[in-house]
Design a protein around this ligand. Structure first.
Ligand SMILES: [Ca+2]
Ligand SMILES: [Ca+2]
Ligand SMILES: [Ca+2]
Ligand SMILES: [Ca+2]
Length: 377
């Protein structure tokens, strides 16, 4: 192994420590209930909070909470009822989520104005779930037969609403398999199509609609492996795929021919990517500790945002350089030792002015075993 002189190591450690200190992680919630599934736009954050204790919220139901990024942190609840509210997303001050009309799940919308008067944008006897919003454009998944939340009688399709009134949703898929986890940026949408209709599920592909009419979605991927959980920003798409036998975050810049590139590296099952401009976040457990961290790609380098071996961090979202995620104190034997909380950080993206060799070493150390250099809380 190449010996590194102490003269080289010392200033590098200072640089890494400075970079770590520069990531100021804010804990948004601090209570005894589950706080999960955050989404962010600018400094506006939404998430799900259980009003009845810890996992799996058996003594209550979930509500949607909102924080505008102001200090002191005073979250407000958008919903307050006795039924499930989940899957929130936000764009500007526009919020969408899936709730119940008392019979089955519907999509709700709040424009950010006070007093809070949510608008119910679906009203049917089918299960409507997992909405995403960009500007006033909304996509979600809907069961095409019945209101069973698992859609066992039929399969799910992707619907689109452009935010105009009267509300006339447009169905953008029509097939015999599940289309789910749609995301939208401007008028471009992506989702995953589960082409295996019976277990085991070995084929999921990423689908793309450019927003033009007549609606003609295309399959971006076409293979016998899992390409799933896509997100989109402008024309750039990220998703989870297989590369050299590893589950990685892949990226397509929107140009044809379709040539994906890898964003994440190494082991640990990179999962649940989110994208904003050139920035990508995801969860991964490269050291195979059993509990992952949140990783951030600034277009050139990978930064561990949540670096803390005593927490399990997952389910990240991003807007610009602002990142949110959910995490819990974690033990390799007991798992989560308490309930999950929501965390927020602004990631500094200025590249330090050191040599390329130093940068490579810095990136390697940040990715590798330098956990002891950082303490989040
Ligand atoms: Ca909590
Ligand atoms: Ca509720
Ligand atoms: Ca419904
Ligand atoms: Ca379908």
């Amino acid at each position: 192994m190449r010996k590194i002189s102490s003269a080289l190591v010392a200033p590098l450690i200072v640089l890494i420590a400075a970079a770590a200190d520069a990531i100021d992680v804010v804990q948004i919630t601090d209570d005894d209930t589950l706080d999960v599934a955050p989404a962010i736009s600018g400094s506006n954050v939404v998430w799900m909070k259980c009003d009845g204790g810890t996992w799996p919220c058996q003594n209550g139901d979930f509500e949607i909470y909102f924080w505008d990024g102001a200090i002191p942190i005073v979250p407000i609840n958008i919903t307050d009822n006795d039924t499930h509210d989940g899957s929130p997303d936000i764009s500007g001050s526009n919020v969408v989520w899936a709730g119940s009309d008392g019979t089955d799940s519907e999509i709700f919308y709040w424009d950010g104005s006070f007093p809070i008067v949510p608008i119910q944008i679906t009203n049917n006897n089918r299960a409507d779930n997992a909405p995403h919003i960009s500007g006033s454009n909304v996509v979600w998944e809907q069961c095409d037969v019945g209101d069973d939340p698992y859609c066992d009688s039929g399969d799910t399709e992707i619907l689109f609403w452009d935010g105009s009134f009267p509300i006339v949703p447009i169905q953008i898929t029509n097939n015999d398999f599940d289309d789910r986890f749609a995301a939208i940026s401007g008028s471009k949408a992506v989702w995953e199509g589960v082409e295996d209709t019976v277990p085991p599920i070995t084929t999921i592909d990423v689908y793309f609609w450019d927003g033009s009419f007549p609606v003609a979605p295309i399959a971006l991927t076409d293979n016998d492996t899992l390409d799933w959980r896509p997100d989109i920003s402008n024309s750039t798409v990220v998703w989870v795929g297989r590369l050299d036998g590893q589950q990685q975050v892949l990226r397509w810049d929107g140009s044809f021919p379709f040539v994906p590139s890898a964003v994440s590296v190494g082991t640990g099952g990179a999962f649940l990517p989110a994208i904003s401009g050139n920035h990508v976040v995801w969860q991964q457990d490269p050291a195979l500790l059993g509990a992952g961290d949140i990783y951030f790609w600034d277009g050139a380098e990978i930064i561990n945002v949540s670096n803390d071996s005593s927490s399990r961090d997952e389910s990240a979202d991003i807007s610009g350089s602002n990142v949110v995620w959910t995490g819990c104190w974690w033990d390799s034997y007991w798992g989560c030792l308490d309930d999950e909380e929501i965390y927020f950080a602004t990631v500094p993206t200025a590249v330090p002015s050191i040599s390329s060799g130093g940068l490579a070493l810095l990136a390697g150390l940040v990715l590798g075993s330098a956990v002891w250099l950082f303490r989040r809380r």
